[in-house]
Design a protein around this ligand. Sequence first.
Ligand SMILES: C[S@@+](CC[C@H](N)C(=O)[O-])C[C@H]1O[C@@H](n2cnc3c(N)ncnc32)[C@H](O)[C@@H]1O
Length: 282
Amino acid sequence: MAQSSNTAVSPDSGGVKSVMTDNAAEPTRVEAAPLPIVDWDRYADEYDNMAAVNNAYQDLVVFVTGTALAANLPDAARVMEIGAGTGNFCLSLAEQRPDLAIHAVDLNPTMLAHLMAKAHHRAMAVTAQQFDLTTPWPWQAHWDMILAVHAVMHLPDPHRALEQAFSALRPGGCLLIADIARALDVDDWQQAVAADIVAAHMAETGSISAAQAAAEAFFAENAHVLAVNRAFAAHYATRPMSRLVLADLCQTLVEIGFVIEAASDGHYRDYDNVILARRMAP
Ligand SMILES: C[S@@+](CC[C@H](N)C(=O)[O-])C[C@H]1O[C@@H](n2cnc3c(N)ncnc32)[C@H](O)[C@@H]1O
């Protein structure tokens, strides 16, 4: 039996405000080995550097935010982002809909500290909580929307997480999920980001050699994100990814009880599905 420590993080300090613990049972449907040990703290420190220069990521933020805005959330709706990381998705939504009560959860406190620092800087009233999504979720019929971007893929039992998301939504609420549909090819991914950096520098300086040097320097300074992504890619190559292929993921969501309202693939340089699925009111 595992004991999880679920911690609320204060907006101003990024530190611990309150702690609640539970004696939750392990999830019952573990279908794959847990992730290799990842230094999420260091990953968090480099994550936004990478996000800022990755055009495909920025496009995904715009698309997911647009999908969330189209979901007809009521005024002051409760939105939870799971595996929120440094908060690029929930903060983009908060910017467009300041009335929403947005709550971010993540296992890693450094990710949440970055998120809350940005929220504080932009005067956004977002809350955050350190929480391990592999433990039973404490929310029942509570959220109007659950947002999950590149989050479910990191959980050892995605099916269980989707079931818990269903229970955590109030009837009428919806899950907005963007996740990886095909195995990450890190070389391809790095080349795309490098091309974005080169294009941006070329536009500024006009010098191809300086632009290429800038891209090389960038990857040298942010090497941990690359290393972690390589560890992910190697790890995911050993486990079935089929449930995150669009059709399989939609079928899984329907079996759990969701109604699919929008589903598309081809996002994030063809890596991602984006699905909006609703827990219908009885
Ligand atoms: C690739 S990042 C995605 C962050 C953000 N959603 C985005 O797309 O920018 C994955 C996030 O999942 C979090 N994570 C991994 N395992 C988790 C778990 N068991 N419970 C909660 N969060 C977890 C990590 O800390 C990390 O912030």
